[in-house]
Design a protein around this ligand. Sequence first.
Ligand code: BGC
Length: 742
Amino acid sequence: MNKNFTYILAALFFLTACSKKSSSNGDMSSFIDTLLSQMTIEEKIGQTVLYTSGYDIITGPTVDPNYQEYLKKGMVGGIFNAVGADYTRRLQKMAVEETRLGIPLIFGYDVIHGQRTIFPIPLAESCSWDLDAIERSARIAAIEATAEGVNWIYAPMVDVSRDPRWGRVAEGAGEDSYWGSLVAAARVKGFQGDNLSDENTVVACVKHYAGYGASMAGRDYNTVDMSLNELWNTHLPPFKAALDAGSASIMTSFNDLNGIPATGNSYLLKDILVDMWKFQGMVVTDYTSINEMIQHGYAKDEKHSAEIAMNAGVHMDMQGGVYMNYIKELLAEGKVKEADITHAARKVLETKYKLGLFEDPYRYCNAERERTEVFTQEHKEAARDMARKSMVLLKNKNQTLPLKKGQKVGLIGPLAKDKYEILGCWSAMGERDTIPVSVYEGLVEAIGINQILYAKGCDIQSDDRKGFAEAIRVAKQSDVVVMVMGEFHNMSGENNARTNLSLPGLQLDLIKELKKTGKPLVLVMYNGRPLTINWEKENVDAILEAWFPGTMGGAAVADILTGAYNPSGKLTMTFPQTVGQIPLFYNHKNTGRPYDPSNPELAYGAKYWDVSNQPLFPFGYGLSYTQFKYSDIKLSSDIMTKNTPIKISVKLTNTGDYDGEEVVQLYTRDLVGSVTRPVKELKKYEKVFLKKGESKIVEFELTVDDLRFYNHKLEYVYEEGEFIAFVGTNSTTQMKSKFDVK
Ligand code: BGC
């Protein structure tokens, strides 16, 4: 009997014996202890190595043959970008049948807003203010991903993003830490479900830890230098929320933070993550961020970078190859400890155990599920609903929308028939071109082809005006013009920063020409970030921010344009008037010389010469086809103590002509703090449905815990003193009442 075969038999025996175990933590640690006791140092290092399998949508998997050799030698613990039940089964078979111990692989993938059924980009979803829908979107992504062999998802991205130049704002939940925390938790719950070992749940990977959203000047991968106060109050809470919700893994970020690259940053990875937050899960790098410590000027070579990362607490090296190449040597030189290598391997093995891979390595390679559970009618309906909920009505002069019955619609613009850009960045296995529903198709379905005239007008970006004349002709023959315009999908997402945030190319020029026809103009926008649409805001009659709405996007746009759905989305990122105002976010500090909008000429207020400090559209802003009136703000008491919360209520009335939903928002201001405090902070919200003419008292309870923040000693405290509670329809609300905390 050949030696390898003996090993395999032993491994299989071992696995069978272990498969009888239940998945409690005690069982897990004794199982892993036994496994680790049989592993060589090379095999332990192997578990810490993660490699990509390229996947070409046309030719299928493209695996480097050398890397399969590593795999068979037990030198690889996980693979990412390998998709498909059969393909992942084939790779898994190599790991299980051809390596000495038969340890299964984990399969990772960037499922950012859907696997096959693509939902709106995360920034859009966050504008729904509907956590159930957000959780459901993540659940469906996990169902589809696991049906295609994936059991580890690189999401949610929870980086608080306040700079719309940064392309990755598309992947997050916007500028607010409190809202970002709620979204982070909902998405983790959706991905991971109730039990990680179910066949349709995945390990989530919250990213990018930490500070990445503050990359200087919005340029990706750029330096981050921020106070610890800012880090703790603004950027860390969504990570904590995702981990509290159970995220079983976390990804480091590319940036350096206060001089130390995040991937080699033991303050982040040990002091905070392990010592303070007691995180028990797995830490993976973002791609080759270990190696990139060389370019950062923090490691002198690859070997040094591996040493730094291992000592800082990184468990898995994504694609860098430096753990594979140098950890053994570093161990021999006494530069890393065997205990740390074993610990890193343990974390990877535990993750596999939680997924149930030791019970059944092929649990997620189920070709039957792949045929029946992906891109189902139910998933498409959910994607359409999420897309409608995510869209934000920015303007609606003279009730231009919804379209009136019988109106002839001139549908114009480079994105009107688009089925490609519509999916946005990071669209996993979502098929572009054929499957998505365009606005044109959505409208044809809703109002019939005879009601629609179409002209492309111009490209997203080119100097070609040839289509203008046809577009103007179409506009003149129409009762209302609907223009679908925006960005390319890859103007946002990783490494897609912009310095000019207006509509690209000649799109605005075309709008200006169409304006001359005197027809009512509706602008529907696909974009991955806030845009500086000043002229459009002044001159177009209605604007619908549709973001990149995903597979069912065009149907969702049609639902809103025709009034089949009344929009209720609210912005989670401020729209600036101009790039020069960035960073611009609602919860800034007051400064010693605050700008006074009622007195903009004030000589020494913190302001610009040429533009006011006001945003174009503020955080929390969004219209409905109906109108809401706020009145009667009341506090149950104007004194709050540790044991006596206060209740804040407001009367909300639907005064318009439609049933509709409103996101009622509660903000507070802490007037005097031991460190300076923001001018407003979102504390609570409620999404309320009211029939036309109906009223409701909306009530929020506020406790001292809602008022906590990290002080200069980084203690999480509330402080006594005077506060203001603001309630209203967006972050500029001035409807307020004072209370004291004693
Ligand atoms: C991105 C991550 C992503 C990883 C794996 C990196 O370039 O920053 O967000 O998860 O690639 O694809």
